[in-house]
Design a protein around this ligand. Sequence first.
Ligand SMILES: C[S@@+](CC[C@H](N)C(=O)[O-])C[C@H]1O[C@@H](n2cnc3c(N)ncnc32)[C@H](O)[C@@H]1O
Ligand code: SF4
Ligand code: SF4
Length: 343
Amino acid sequence: MSETYAFARLTLPFVSRAKQMARTIARFSLARRLYARVTRKVWPIPPVAVSLEPTNHCNLKCSYCPKSLGIDRKKGFVSLEDFERFVERIGHAKLKRADLVGFGEIFVHKEWASILRVVRKRLPKCQIVITTNALLLTRQAFDIMNECGVYQLTVSLNGANRQTYKEINRVDKFDEVYAKLSDLVRYYKTLPNRNLDLVVQLIDTINSPGEIERFRREHADWFDHKILFYVHPYSNWGGYFFDDEAEERYPCGHLYVPGISWTGDVYACCVAYPDGNKDLLLGNLNDKTLEEIYRSDRFRQLHAWNKRGELHKHVDLCRNCNSWKRIPNVYFRNPMSIGPKWL
Ligand SMILES: C[S@@+](CC[C@H](N)C(=O)[O-])C[C@H]1O[C@@H](n2cnc3c(N)ncnc32)[C@H](O)[C@@H]1O
Ligand code: SF4
Ligand code: SF4
């Protein structure tokens, strides 16, 4: 063994570990801010969570969902082959959470269980979250999710009673979904292995506070540490449903949770309706890995606007959006008059 080779063998692991540590520190620390200040660039931050859309087909047309607005979009199901490739290319990023959700219904996809297994296998440390309108949910499907290590299953009941459900979901299926849900709750309570969190969701505003409170009271015996009740804030979803032109904004946390369409398009924010607004389109996983996509000038630009609290001045979809309020502010105001407004 030559001396140079021996030296390289001994020092390289150390150098690579030191580099890795420096990168980790830089992700979160002052060093990152200094780097940004000195170079006037933004340190690329690969996302820690993604939304993955198995399909944009759906068996409902809910009044509050952008899916129902008739925005022109190619319809389809992701193939298993494409999905594996997408997840592999996402895998380069350090993901903590994958939401198997998009603008469609996962259980309409015949291969949903294989899709789930791909995520489980390729992103073993990642929390998997599934959201469904429950029309096709069965005990058998529930078992697969519970066994496969799904972290959270959200059932979007959304309407607290038959009438509101019919008004907002535009079908008279409250009794059907409710019967499924009650059966599932009873069943889950009997299982010895309760792995996933089963979340029963209503949306605020489109239910009155009284309706929500009555539902909570009447179902108190459903809920425990694994079966949870959640009231989701009604969102205008980029301004599609009502106006919200707030003057002052803090940076939007959604900008770091990309939405990935069934065709592999990566949108910087999961609120962006694919094809509805291209300002937030960063690239496609058929061409690049997620990490490469996040090193693009476009993302750096969006991130810089966000740190100035100015996304809404530059991105059409953000102008009227109220979804940024759903994520609390983790920044503090820069006391100096130069540099980004939020640190
Ligand atoms: C777009 S859906 C797709 C998943 C599935 N089809 C479902 O309905 O659960 C994802 C989640 O967004 C919620 N959602 C849709 N439109 C909303 C809105 N305007 N405000 C708040 N949540 C909304 C749905 O209730 C659901 O929980
Ligand atoms: S909220 Fe879910 S179920 Fe309703 S239309 Fe949108 S995607 Fe379909
Ligand atoms: S303001 Fe709305 S559309 Fe813009 S990044 Fe935030 S959540 Fe997405």
